[in-house]
Write a protein that binds this ligand. Structure first.
Ligand code: ZN
Length: 66
């Protein structure tokens, strides 16, 4: 079941196992169970997009500092 959908009271089959903390940030957590989250495609895409935007903002901020 998708964890995010369940929070919203919906029952959706989970299609992907998502890493709460992305592996590029912490590869050590790849097998840590608490870092894994079952999500459906829709929720996973939403989360990935949000993380991407966050990352872009951080990169832009870093550029401004230089
Ligand atoms: Zn979902």
């Amino acid at each position: 079941m998708c964890v995010k959908c369940r929070e919203d009271g919906r029952m959706t089959k989970a299609d992907v196992v998502d890493h709460v903390i992305e592996l590029q940030d912490n590869y050590e957590l790849r097998l840590t169970h608490s870092n894994l989250m079952s999500l459906c495609h829709a929720c996973h895409n939403r989360k990935t997009k949000r993380e991407q935007k966050k990352r872009e903002r951080i990169i832009q901020t870093e550029r401004k500092d230089k």
